[in-house]
Design a protein around this ligand. Structure first.
Ligand code: 8X3
Length: 248
């Protein structure tokens, strides 16, 4: 099976790895991201099967204009991978910035629903697939997760809700929920703090973007009668801790 996949946030991490995975299997890939130069590099790397569309998912007009302007051969989207998203900040409240919270909501929630809403008629027509990148933080709270976890819980529940709404239409929807993964994600979250990045990943044998790309590809290429509803994935080195109890 192959077709056309649109992946948001292809300029790094899961998105870049997923673009390589689909392209390597003969798919046409529409890669989106804010950084035109990274999209140009990917086009050089992957060749004619890749079309880069530079826009910010938080900009509704730019998102819709870019989708409407897809060149011949790239407009018939079979699979939408909603990967663009970010975490900002690791500190618990009150040491959090409202502007960071709003940016996470605008990107992880508003951006994701905007592009999804726009592509749903096409995905119904083509009996397509929607793969949403949520997180283990959608289910498991931790200090400093606050709004990030909230946005990812939205992504998980929105995915399940879409499944219900699209009942009988042959459209498949999956929520992928990765745990600790080594990527630019943590550099962004810590505001570029390389020391924090090294501390987090040192000896942790974290997931790699390729692990998640493989999962996204597997989910999207199941036979048409199979829907993977949700998939939570952690590195072996990550698990849960007991509840915390504050005492007098
Ligand atoms: C982030 C995963 O484990 O760093 O989506 O919270 S984790």
């Amino acid at each position: 099976m192959s077709g056309t996949v649109l992946i948001t946030g292809t300029t790094s991490g899961f998105g870049a790895a997923a673009a390589r995975r689909f392209a390597g299997a003969g798919w046409k890939v529409v890669g989106t991201g804010r950084r035109q130069e990274r999209l140009d590099e990917m086009r050089k790397e992957l060749g004619d099967c890749f079309h880069g569309a530079a826009f910010d998912v938080t900009d509704e007009a730019a998102t819709i204009a870019a989708i409407e302007a897809l060149p011949a051969g790239f407009g018939e989207i079979d699979v939408l991978v909603n990967n663009a998203g970010l975490a900002l900040g690791t500190k618990p409240v009150p040491a959090t910035k409202l502007s960071d919270w709003k940016t996470m909501i605008e990107t992880n929630v508003t951006g994701l629903v905007t592009i999804t809403h726009h592509l749903i008629p096409k995905l119904i027509e083509r009996r397509g697939v929607i793969v949403n990148l949520s997180s283990v933080a959608s289910t498991w709270p931790y200090p400093g997760g606050n709004v990030y976890g909230g946005t990812k819980a939205f992504v998980r529940q929105f995915s399940l809700g879409l499944r219900s709404d699209l009942h009988g239409k042959g459209v498949r929807v999956t929520s992928i929920e990765p745990g600790l993964c080594e990527s630019e994600f943590t550099l962004v979250r810590t505001g570029g703090d390389k020391e924090a990045y090294d501390k987090l990943y040192g000896g942790a044998h974290a997931l790699q973007p390729e692990d998640i790309a493989e999962t996204v590809f597997w989910v999207a290429t199941q036979p048409p009668h199979v829907n993977v509803n949700a998939l939570e994935i952690m590195p072996v080195t990550q698990s849960w801790a007991p509840f915390q109890v504050a005492r007098d």
